[in-house]
Design a protein around this ligand. Structure first.
Ligand SMILES: [Zn+2]
Length: 298
């Protein structure tokens, strides 16, 4: 403590960084490692009989006494076999703030490539987090994103136009369709990237989440008649005289329009999302929208 007096400005910065990392490492330890040591069970056979079995990437390893498999607290999570775990909280803070890869890289002191890998490991996981069921009035609509092969060096399609089922807007730009379903009056949102926007594709996309007690609410696209019939749900729609205006009947799609109109501007910060990662970004947006200001890195 006495030697703190003699530190230079640069040394103080360095010290501050070391202390923060130390604190973050403790935080990560508390969040994911400690509960495992107490009550965690084997990811393979769910047995809770385990013994300590060395360490791996700085995490305590366990060996299941019943099936003999080894595992850590992070087996089956995006954090598995990840180095620099002490950066997890800072990285999570950047995700909560919706920062770009470049800004996140600067904050973490990582390369852009490494930050990108971390980013998509998390987002892959978020993509899997979707509501398992939508009930009540469910407003459904499609939204479109420009097709982008950003960052894709290998196997560029020579004639992108021939790739399956991409719609085009009036300007001739290729688009990828996404169906968005919002449980009206809630923050519960489901979405799915589509190959095509046919009734059959929409049906398959919505089948896992639309219960028979749901009431489908659409803008009147005839494809949804097929969906309602196949999934045996009630449906209503509101068609206004001017597209995009009005919508006060029981079948309006305002909640899904509202979601879409905050999704689009949010996406612009990434300056064109590669189509193959689109689902990941949608998962990220669902997380931010669901928890809003209550979202913490932890
Ligand atoms: Zn086991």
């Amino acid at each position: 403590m006495a030697s703190l007096e003699g530190l230079t400005e640069a040394q103080i910065d360095e010290l501050r960084q070391v202390l923060r990392q130390r604190q973050d490492a403790d935080g990560v330890q508390r969040l994911i490692m400690a509960p495992m040591a107490e009550q965690g069970s084997c990811p393979r056979c769910q047995s809770s009989r385990k013994v300590k079995h060395g360490t791996e990437f700085g995490a305590q390893c366990f060996r299941c006494k019943d099936c003999g498999k080894t595992f850590t607290a992070t087996t089956g999570t995006p954090f598995h076999r990840l180095r620099n775990k002490s950066n997890l909280l800072e990285n999570a803070a950047c995700i909560a703030d919706g920062l770009s890869v470049r800004k996140t890289a600067a904050r973490l002191g990582f390369s852009v490539q490494k930050t990108f890998r971390w980013r998509h490991r998390f987002l892959d996981f978020l993509d899997q987090q979707k509501p398992s069921a939508l009930a009540g009035i469910v407003a459904v609509d499609e939204t479109f994103f420009p097709v982008s092969y950003k960052g894709q060096r290998k196997s560029m399609p020579r004639t992108p136009k021939k790739r399956g089922g991409k719609a085009k807007d009036g300007a001739g730009t290729e688009k990828t369709a996404v169906v968005v379903a919002v449980q009206r009056g809630t923050q519960v949102v489901f979405d799915q990237v589509l190959e095509r926007t046919t009734g059959a594709d929409l049906t398959e996309a919505l089948r896992p989440v639309l219960g028979t007690d749901a009431v489908l609410s659409t803008d009147g696209n005839a494809a949804y008649w097929t969906v309602a019939e196949d999934l045996q749900v009630e449906s209503g729609y509101f068609v206004s005289q001017y597209h995009g205006k009005g919508g006060h009947g029981p079948g309006h799609v305002q909640s899904v329009n509202r979601y879409d109109s905050s999704l689009k501007p949010w996406m612009t910060r990434f300056r064109g999302v590669a189509t193959k990662y689109l689902a990941n970004y949608l998962g990220w947006r669902r997380l931010l929208d669901r928890f809003k200001d209550q979202l913490t890195p932890e």
